[in-house]
Design a protein around this ligand. Structure first.
Ligand code: MTE
Length: 325
């Protein structure tokens, strides 16, 4: 595996009291896990290497809330291409280990379309850490330390034209990789495949929008959407599409899978909103899952835009978020 070039500019974050998993912040482990140990002998100085493992300085990219454990993050998943069970994706994804040769087709209203490998993409972007809340539309939530890069970096590189108003994403479609894409006993698909999602261009360019390639300092496991998944923390988790193989820049609002399968229940914007209930349950509170009990230690109030209003509320000024939900 080719080493990734990381040009981070973090300063050290002193407070480590919120971390439930002490070993996570062990610098040696982190470097080993990312496969970066060989780098010290190369062009990067060791201080630059160290810089990559400190926590985000920008408070918008971090939180003082306790992290969900690595076990919870990687063993309580929604990945319907494997299974609709929360616990099965981790078991079923053991052999799904895509590498840096994974291809992403980037096309549409851009000046630089192409089939790019993950290795290409990682060589152009700056890998960093983001600690984000993840709020599922099912009213549970976690706090997750992701590694990856800001989506806007990739968008700027492919140079969208003035016609690009939205970005559409697509997950791999492969019945051999994803048994859940086969028809069920009654001949129905669980969801229309491939899984698709989309963002408005200004949402995609917001600094919070992130493409994750790792979690807890390790390459993203299959069940979390290896090797490349979107993370949009102010929106319900279903917007954070996994195992992306296509990114297309388009003029019209793209199709998104959950809206297609239940238009009364799921919208395109899907901004976390405690005032707009799901037709079948309240969205006012959420079950915060932090530890291995998997059930969540407490119910907490859900915040508008999942607590990221300062960064994103202006994107929606003038919109009726109860109607455009
Ligand atoms: N992406 C694909 N391709 N398939 C899915 O079933 N589930 C979504 C989202 N991305 C899903 C997906 C939902 S509903 C959630 S809550 C998050 O992934 C869960 O991410 P996690 O398993 O990493 O916590």
């Amino acid at each position: 595996m080719k080493n990734r070039k990381i040009r981070g500019a973090y300063t050290q974050y002193k407070d480590n009291q919120v971390t439930p998993e002490d070993s996570y912040w062990n610098r040696r482990d982190f470097i080993k896990n990312l496969g970066l140990s060989g780098l010290a002998a190369g062009s990067m100085s060791s201080s630059a290497l160290m810089a990559t493992i400190d926590r985000p300085v920008n408070s918008g990219f971090n939180t003082a809330e306790p992290l969900s454990t690595e076990n919870v993050v990687t063993h309580y998943n929604n990945f319907y291409e494997f299974s609709t069970s929360k616990r099965k994706p981790a078991e079923m994804a053991v052999n799904f280990k895509p590498g840096n040769d994974w291809k992403v087709e980037i096309s549409g209203e851009i000046e630089k379309p192409g089939n790019y490998t993950l290795e290409d993409i990682l060589s152009w972007t700056r890998v960093e850490e983001r600690i984000y809340r993840l709020r599922c539309v099912e009213a549970w939530s976690m706090v997750v330390p992701w590694q990856g890069f800001q989506l806007s970096q990739l968008i700027n590189l492919v140079k969208p034209t003035s016609k690009a108003k939205f970005v559409a994403f697509e997950t791999l479609e492969s019945r051999s990789v994803f048994p859940g894409q086969k028809r069920g006993v009654l001949g129905f698909h669980v969801l229309p495949w491939p899984y698709r999602e989309g963002l408005r261009m200004d949402e995609a360019m917001n600094p919070l929008a992130f493409l994750a390639t790792g979690v807890y300092g390790k390459p993203l496991p299959g069940q979390n959407g290896a090797p490349l998944r979107l993370v949009v923390p102010w929106k319900y988790g279903f917007k954070s599409i996994k195992s992306i193989v296509k990114i297309r820049f388009v003029e019209q609002q793209p199709y998104n899978t959950w809206r297609k399968s239940g238009p009364r229940e799921y919208g395109f914007y899907a901004n976390v909103n405690p005032k707009v209930d799901h037709p079948r349950w309240s969205q006012a509170t959420e079950r915060r899952i932090t530890d291995d009990s998997f059930f969540g230690t407490k119910r907490i109030d859900t915040k508008m835009f999942n607590g990221y209003g300062e960064q994103v509320a202006s994107l929606y000024s003038g919109m009726d978020l109860a109607r455009d939900f």
